[in-house]
Write a protein that binds this ligand. Structure first.
Ligand code: ADP
Ligand code: ZN
Length: 531
């Protein structure tokens, strides 16, 4: 058996070199591929960017026949197939975007044994005609991508996935590999049951990236904060800075250049030539900083990215994890740094409310944002919170390599402060029928006679100046945390503050509101500076 294993392993490795041009397998890829090439079923949990595709692409190339890949991401199929063809892999897809002739051509190639990989949308496999077709060709492996879609309790449930359970009965000799990047323990079990894969071997890659130090600081003057972070800790290092808008990408890149940090912009508004040039400079040169919208980084494999900085809040923990995960692929110390503030919360809540999408979409987006905010506001280990989010066990005593572990944040009883904010919102609404944003509320609390305060007679309110003892910056922290905790909400395109169902319990003094103290100085850095 050892000899046979050795043979499949070297064949897999040879394919990795020859077709994909890589030196070695990453993490558990080698073990997974060996198992599937040998005919075994596998359930694979691996973070996004971990390298799931090769886990089925290589078995499909090594075993005789066509690898059939079931994927719900119809929009990506063309790109995936194009990328494979560019490597010389014979790939095709069948989905609803094709016309009859295109489909016919692919089907004919499959039957003639001329395809290494065939991508199918799950609804295709419900059709007996499709199954019939597959029965007439030779299949090397079934890959079920985004396998968590089979879970009724997850947010991505696709009824068509349930019909994939028949694959094992109809093709008992074809190994199946189910892959996902998001799965709690419960979903993992559900995948096995619903896809009828009781004998599958489970591979669970750790989501932990111990060499990445996670830090999230309150946003004050983000570009300046970024600059001191780079100067103090990452002078001369390569890194990525993420911003939400093209405009802030441009301005941030200019600002860095003016201050002696070599930086280039990258966003969808630049022409393809410029984008390609900036990307290849990033890969080739040492110590270049790319300031980018989230579009940058997919499929880029630069091992020595020393930091990933966020100047704006990502929309979800998945997004944050994926983006920060581009740092430190070489295993050396790296930093995931983010500046986050009140405006981020207001902006994103506003976007969700006024953006496109139906009610269900909005609720999902809001849930994603809530998890992201919980990560930002936690007083506990950031890494622990990340791992728990992905259903993995964190170290009970904390990781020792995130800001909250290195400098545990102080908390304080913010109940009275919360009541002051909420009662100002109530007063304005009940007594005046008015709604205002955070700036006006804070001006009222701190007793500032601004033009807008005078204009609306807000200095006549009984709450005017009741928060003078607290600084404006601290009030922004209070409002931000109330928004993050769902004790306050944002409404409409002007981002006015309104109460939530939960607000009442605070106003009625039925509950306490523990808040994180805003650190005076950003969390202490690692002892030695890298670079
Ligand atoms: P996932 O599907 O898990 O999100 P991908 O399969 O798209 O991840 O792989 C992410 C990136 O890592 C791709 O650019 C891929 O080419 C690269 N990659 C995967 N495996 C290896 C490897 N063994 N060596 C080098 N690069 C790899
Ligand atoms: Zn920690």
């Amino acid at each position: 058996a050892a000899g046979a294993h050795g043979a499949t392993e070297s064949e897999a490795l040879a394919t990795l070199h020859r077709v994909f041009g890589y030196d070695s397998f990453r993490g558990e890829q080698g073990a997974i591929i060996e198992h599937v090439v040998a005919g075994g079923d596998a359930v694979v949990l691996m973070p996004t960017g971990g390298g799931k595709s090769l886990c089925y692409q290589i078995p499909a190339l090594v075993r005789p026949g066509t690898g059939v890949v079931v994927s719900p991401l119809i929009a990506l199929m063309q790109d995936q197939v194009d990328a494979l063809r560019a490597l010389g892999v014979r790939a095709g897809f069948v989905n609803s975007t094709q016309d009859f002739d295109e489909r016919r051509t692919v089907e004919a190639e499959f039957l003639a044994g001329e395809l290494d990989l065939l991508y199918l949308a799950p609804e295709r496999l419900r059709l007996e005609t499709t199954r019939e077709l597959l029965s007439r060709g030779k299949i090397s492996v079934f890959a079920i991508d985004e396998a968590h879609c089979v879970s009724q309790w997850g947010h991505d449930f696709r009824p068509d996935y349930l019909s994939l359970a028949v694959l094992g009965e109809r093709w008992p000799d074809v190994p199946r590999i189910a892959l996902t990047a998001t799965a709690t323990r419960a979903t993992h079990r559900e995948i096995t049951e619903r896809l009828h894969m009781p004998a599958a071997r489970h591979f669970e890659a750790s989501f932990d990236r111990p060499n990445i130090q996670y830090r999230i600081i309150p946003k004050a003057d983000p570009k300046k904060q970024l600059l001191s972070f780079l100067r103090e800790e990452h002078a001369g290092d390569a890194g990525i800075v993420y911003c939400l808008s093209r405009n802030s990408v441009e301005r941030t890149a200019e600002f860095l250049c003016k201050n002696g940090v070599e930086a280039v912009p990258y966003h969808a508004g630049l022409d393809a030539g410029t984008r390609a040039a900036h990307q290849s400079r990033f890969l080739r040169e040492d110590g270049l900083v790319v300031v980018a919208t989230i579009a940058f980084g997919m499929g880029i494999d630069k091992p020595d990215v020393r930091f990933v900085a966020h100047l704006d809040l990502p929309k979800s923990v998945e997004g944050y994890y994926q983006e920060t995960g581009r740092a430190g692929r070489d295993g050396l110390p790296s930093t995931a740094w983010m500046a986050y503030g009140l405006n981020d919360v207001v902006q994103q809540r506003k976007l969700i409310q006024t953006g496109e999408g139906d009610e269900a979409f909005r609720r999902r987006a809001a849930a994603h944002l809530d998890s992201m905010l919980a990560l930002c506001e936690t007083a506990r280990c950031r890494r622990g919170q990340l791992l728990a989010y992905f259903g993995q066990e964190p170290a009970p005593a904390g990781c020792g390599n995130c800001d909250t572990c290195l400098t545990p944040p102080e908390t304080w009883d913010g109940t009275v402060a919360a009541q002051k904010v909420l009662s100002t919102v109530v007063r304005l609404q009940r007594e005046r029928g008015q709604k205002f944003g955070a700036v006006q509320i804070i001006d009222i609390l701190t007793g500032k006679r601004t033009a807008k305060v005078i204009q609306f007679d807000h200095d006549q309110l009984s709450v005017f100046g009741i928060g003078e003892d607290v600084s404006e910056g601290e009030w922004r922290g209070v409002v931000r945390q109330l928004l993050a905790q769902g004790l306050l909400a944002v409404e409409g395109e002007y981002g006015t503050l309104v109460l939530t169902e939960e607000s009442g319990s605070v106003l009625r003094r039925e509950r306490e509101v523990p808040l994180r103290k805003e650190p005076k100085k950003p969390a202490a850095a690692r002892g030695s500076s890298s670079g």
